[in-house]
Ligand binder design. Sequence first.
Ligand SMILES: Cc1cc2nc3c(=O)[nH]c(=O)nc-3n(C[C@H](O)[C@H](O)[C@H](O)COP(=O)(O)OP(=O)(O)OC[C@H]3O[C@@H](n4cnc5c(N)ncnc54)[C@H](O)[C@@H]3O)c2cc1C
Length: 492
Amino acid sequence: MAEPGWAKGDPIRTSDDYLESLRGRDLDVWLFGERVDEPLDHPIIRPSINAIAETFDLAERRPDLATAKSAITGERVNRFLHVTESVDDVVAQNRMQRELGRLTGTCFQRCVGMDAVNSLYSVTFDVDEAHGTQYHARFRNFLEMAQRQGYVLGGAMTDVKGDRSKGPSEQSDPDLFVRIVERRDDGVVIRGAKAHQTGCINSHWILVMPTMRLTASDRDYAVVCAIPVEASGLTYIYGRQACDTRAMEPGSIDVGNAQYSGQEAMIIIDDVFVPWDKVFLDGEHEFAAPLVERFTAYHRRSYVCKSGVGDVLIGAAALVADYNGVERASHVRDKLVEMNHLNETIYGTGMAASHESFRTAAGNYENDGMLANVCKHHVTRFPFEIGRLAQDLAGGFVSTLPSEAELTHERLGPLLDKYLAAKDGVPTEHRVRVLRLIENMTMGRNAVGYLTESMHGAGSPQAQRIQIARLADMEGKKEAAKRLAGIDDGTR
Ligand SMILES: Cc1cc2nc3c(=O)[nH]c(=O)nc-3n(C[C@H](O)[C@H](O)[C@H](O)COP(=O)(O)OP(=O)(O)OC[C@H]3O[C@@H](n4cnc5c(N)ncnc54)[C@H](O)[C@@H]3O)c2cc1C
C-alpha cells in the first residue's frame, strides 16, 4: 500500500509535504538558552515556517505566477528554484514576490536562495571559462537535484566580519569570515559564522558565499558551497524579535499577525565537511567581487517584496481611518495617497530593473544593476515613512492598548468594549485587531522584515550608494552637458 503523504526522500510539492520534510531533523537550534526539540512545533518559530509554506500553496494555486518550466529538468519547478531563461522570467519573480508579501505581511524567506541560484549560475560559468574548472557543471547538478526534490535553499553571504576596517585575512581572529580550514582528497572543511541568516532553519540546503571583495591573501575565504541544513557541525542561534514571546501567550489578537513571521538566525559553522561535488568556488578570490555584485543586483530588486508587505500596511492604515470615522478627511486621504506613491515607487524601480534584464554568458537573464540599487535604496527609506504615516493614522492606541486578557476579562472586557469603540457599527475587536497588526509591522516582530531588513538586508544604504556611484557613467553625463552647452575642450 502506498504510504500516505510525504515520505523522506519524496519530492516536496505541497505545503504539507514541506511541513513534513522539516520534521525530525534533529537540528542544533537554540532559542532563549534552550535547545529547540522540534522547530516545526515551536510557537515562536512556526509562523516563519508558515510563511515559506505559503510559497508552496501559491505554486499550487497560481502555477503561472509561482512556477516555471525548467530547462534543467524539463519539468515545472517552483519559481524560487528556477534559473531565469528570459526577461519575462525575471519580471515574474517580482510579481510573485509582491503577491507573497501581500499574502503574508512578512518576509517569506526564499528570495536569498533564488537570487543566489541565479548569480551562481553565471558566476560559476565565468570562473570555468577563466580557470578551466568544473564548477558550473557541479552547480547545475546540484540545482537539478534541488529542483527535482523541491528543496528550499537559503543563501548565506553575510559574515560576522569583526573589525569592519579590516579584510578577512587581516582580522586578529581568522574565523570571523567563513574559510576553508582543510583541503582533503574528498572535499573541504569550512569554519566560521554567518549572521542574520533568513529562513535558514526552514531550509533544506544552504548556499555559502563570500561576503565581499577578496584579495590574493584571502584565498581560503574564497569559498562557495552547498551544505545540508542538518550537516554535522552546524549550530543555529535564533534571532529573537520584538514581542516574539506574545506567540507563546494564549489568544490571537496581541500577536498582530498570528499566522506569519520572518526568521533570522546566526549559523555557527564548526568544521563542516563539504564534498567536492558541492564546492562551487575554491580559492578563485577575484570572483568574489563579481559574485557579490551580481547577487546584490538580483537581490536589491527582490526587495519589491516590501511593496507587497506595504500593501498590507496601507490597507491597515486605511481600515483604521475607516473605523475611526476619519476616512473622508482630506489629510487622511492625502496620507494614503502618499503611502501608495512611496510603495509603488519601490515596485516601479524593481520592475524596471527586471524589465531591463540582459542575457549573461551562461545563458540566464540578469536584471539591470543601477535600477536594482535605486530600488533597494528607496527600500531603505520608504517603508519607514509608510510606517510613520500608518502610526499617524492609527492614533496612540497603536502602542497603549490593553492586552487580550483584559479584552476578554469578565469585568474589564465589557468596559473596554464600550470605551475602545469608535465608529458605530464597527466591532471594537476589529479596531483592536487592526491596531495590533500595525504595531506588529512597525514595532513588533514583523518590523524586522519590514523595517530593519529593508535597511540592511542586501546591504546597508551606503552599499547601494557606492554601486550607484560606480554605475552612474558620470563621464558620459558630462559629455552630454558639454555637447549641449557648446563646450569644446578637446576631450571629445
Ligand atoms: C532582517 C535581516 C535579514 C537578513 N538576511 C540575510 C540573509 O538571508 N543572508 C545573508 O547573507 N545576509 C542577510 N542579512 C545581512 C545583511 O546583508 C547585512 O545586515 C548587511 O550587509 C549589513 O551588514 P552588518 O549587519 O554586518 O552591518 P555592518 O556591516 O556592521 O554595518 C553597520 C554600519 O556600518 C557601516 N560600515 C560597515 N562596514 C564599513 C566599512 N568598512 N567602512 C565604512 N562603513 C562601514 C555600514 O554602511 C552601516 O552603516 C540580513 C540582515 C537583516 C537585518
